[in-house]
Design a protein around this ligand. Structure first.
Ligand code: G3I
Length: 385
């Protein structure tokens, strides 16, 4: 059923309701797909997102930083109330956890694990192999002779430190980059250049040997929309997953980052649902790992933005959670007080971005309602993952 889209040029909202048009309306600024005023985001009951997730055998959580829970009691309380899984935003990246070849700095991530344990929250690790946020010593000393040992030592040391305590690991992050032009779509990362495509299988095997209990995940972005890039990314990620499975690589899940943007009309529920099913057909679980919405081009009116952002969340999660293989949803942050989008995607009008379930004062927003509604209407999973 084709969803009618009510379109709104900036400032075209009238007292009579939305100025509606069936065709796409391009204003001078940016036309955005605003949701009909009739769309409701009401939520029944007083349960938290954590309670709603648990009731369906799911995990809901957020990315955060250790300093945030250490210094911000209101934020720490909100995390404990709303989340049953967390992921360190930076503490397990090479730059933080391995500042020099022989030094491992676990204290910041250990603090987050203690916080998680104190509140009966699971923790997932992010990320063991990435091309970004590498300490300078890696870029200056990595070569084809030492790369395998450096990578193997890193993964085994870090994963063994948390063995039995980590729900899952993003073992390899963002290894697919169609723009790099390889037929296999692999990104020309330092790891690929030094070790060849085999680095991915190696990473998963070392991680599995280091913690047989952890759910080992391949994590990536750009699979959400029916754009030419999105379709190509989905195809290349599926090819990689099929190859790894055929190779016997110990991979258990796909992490879909889900950094959404406001052009929701490009979101095609049918094709996204088909993609999720193709992943599930490989016997893999699916985690939505970094959900948020870039909204810098939406009108400044906070109420209108909140509705448009909430609709993007609910449209997306309705499809995602309809797939039984989806076991977890994490937003990349819980409160607008702490979001990477403030610096990465600031609004041209200078107003604070509003991408997350709680506002900067820890009040629930319509995004919170959208997630709650999505959890409430999905099917019960057999057991908590
Ligand atoms: O902690 C240092 C601080 O001591 C220093 O003063 C400051 C200025 O240099 O930098 C601080 O580190 C920053 C770190 O975030 C912690 O805030 C790094 O510079 C900055 O590069 C880092 O950015 C993170 C980025 O990944 C790179 O690791 C973002 O917060 C984080 O949201 C972002 O998350 C990524 C996921 O890992 C992968 N998927 C995409 C997502 C968004 O880019």
């Amino acid at each position: 059923m084709k969803r009618r889209t009510f379109l709104l040029g900036t400032g075209a909202l009238t007292g009579m309701g939305l100025v509606t048009a069936s065709e796409r309306w391009h204003s001078k600024q940016t036309s955005v797909s605003a949701v009909p005023l009739t769309r409701n985001f009401t939520v029944s009951g007083k349960q938290t997102l954590r309670q709603r997730a648990v009731a369906k055998g799911l995990l809901y959580g957020a990315a955060l930083q250790s300093k945030q829970v250490e210094t911000d009691a209101a934020f720490a309380k909100a995390i404990a109330q709303e989340c049953n899984i967390i992921v360190p935003e930076s503490e397990l990246k090479w730059r933080v956890v391995r500042p020099s070849p022989s030094v491992y700095h676990f204290a910041p991530a250990d603090k987050l694990l203690s916080f998680a344990n104190a509140h009966n929250i699971k923790m997932r690790g992010h990320t063991l192999v990435w091309h970004e946020d590498l300490p300078s010593w890696v870029n200056s000393s990595l070569n084809s002779l030492n790369a395998k040992q450096i990578l193997t030592d890193h993964i085994s040391t870090v994963v063994k430190h948390y063995a039995g305590k980590m729900h899952s690991w993003d073992v390899v992050n963002e290894a697919i980059e169609p723009k790099d032009g390889r037929s296999d779509g692999l990104r020309n990362s330092p790891w690929l250049m030094m070790l060849g495509p085999e680095y991915i299988d190696l990473a998963f095997r070392v991680a599995a040997a280091s913690d047989p209990k952890a759910l080992l995940t391949y994590n990536d972005f750009g699979m959400d929309y029916d754009t030419p890039f999105g379709r190509k990314k989905r195809m290349l990620v599926l090819n990689l997953l099929r190859q790894l499975k055929a190779n016997g690589t110990p991979i258990h899940a796909l992490g879909i980052q889900a950094h959404l943007h406001r052009d929701n009309p490009e979101f095609n529920p049918e094709s996204f649902g088909t993609f999720l099913q193709e992943v599930a057909d490989l016997g893999l679980k699916i985690l939505i790992t970094e959900l948020d919405v870039t909204e810098k081009k939406l009108p400044i009116d906070a109420k209108l933005r909140d509705r448009t952002i909430a609709a993007a969340y609910e449209d997306y999660l309705t499809v995602a959670l309809a797939q039984p293989a989806v076991i977890a949803v994490l937003t990349w942050g819980l409160s607008d007080r702490y979001t990477w989008l403030s610096t990465a995607e600031p609004r041209p009008d200078g107003s604070p971005v509003r991408p997350l379930p709680l506002d900067a004062q820890m009040n629930r927003k319509l995004v919170w309602n959208a997630i709650a509604r999505s959890l409430d209407k999905t099917t019960q999973r057999s057991m908590l993952p």
